[in-house]
Design a protein around this ligand. Sequence first.
Ligand code: NDP
Length: 326
Amino acid sequence: TSKIRIGIAGYGNLGRGVQAAIAKNPDMELVGVYTRRDPQELQLASPAPRFAITELEQHTGDIDVLILCGGSKSDLPEQGPKYAALYNTVDSFDTHARVPEYFETVDAPAKAAGKTALISAGWDPGMFSINRVYGEALLPDGETYTFWGRGLSQGHSDAVRRVPGVAAGVQYTIPSQEAIDKVRAGLRPTLDTRDKHQRECFVVLEDGADAEAVREAIVTMEHYFDQYDTTVNFIDAETLAREHADMPHGGFVIRSGNTSDEQKQVIEYSLALGSNPEFTSSVLVAYARAVHRMNQAGVTGAQTVFDVAPGLLSPKSAAQLRAEML
Ligand code: NDP
């Protein structure tokens, strides 16, 4: 059988991660990296054919699944519908509140073209979403809790870097151990924002900046920090580069429920990710396999992780899975 031919649209953290993930999946091959920048200037992690993104209009016969690796804020709202009219696609659209609207904009062109477009794959949305659905379906009398971290938050790190006097910095989201312990014990606690997570910042000051003023500006920042207990650590640029260059993340989805007055049940799904983008990319690549199979089976239009049977993610056949995994 021939390999599944994958294209990458956009070469940032996810684009690099998808390239690395394809190398771990022998049933797939990378046939092209497409970018809005000058393709000859692109620094690829390993050799691959590179093209200007405009060439996607001409390559429809060469790619089985195009993995969209653009940002959720402005890239995917444009690229999702556009490329769903030309290719089977997978993306990681993660603006949770806009998912229903994004689904509709991708669904129409995908259906019209007979293509399959899997939106919002990754870990959250993605694997965490699936586990929230399992939890609620299996334990209808219960509560679902999602904790994030310990992990680097891109949005909060950007907010810290915009504070006057800050030269560079990162922000970590840390789940509260006390809250997790209560949830794991099946106590079904009511938790507010401050109870569930703390925030920790590592900041490099500009020359002459007032550390106390910077700390105060961060911890009181509306929406981002004012509802949390936040610690701010001041470090030098070398320490930041040495100790805070990775993008770890992860967390827990926990469903705690009661099946009778006497019996409580707790389900937990946990991720500890060395690299958020590399893990997300691995998920995207597994979903690309499923999308290829679903399109061959005649399923078209926009899909989410809820619509994909787990066996379709595996390179193993259904018979092999029955023999080895049940
Ligand atoms: P990046 O900012 O690294 O890349 C986004 C796009 O920006 C790329 O596709 C690329 O497009 C362009 N780009 C990248 N580097 C440069 C550069 N040096 N100069 C100019 N342009 C550049 O984003 P990520 O890959 O980290 O993340 C993409 C999205 O994935 C995020 O917006 C987030 O929403 C989503 N995500 C979802 C997760 C989930 O669990 N569902 C988890 C993690 C992320 P081009 O090559 O065309 O220029």
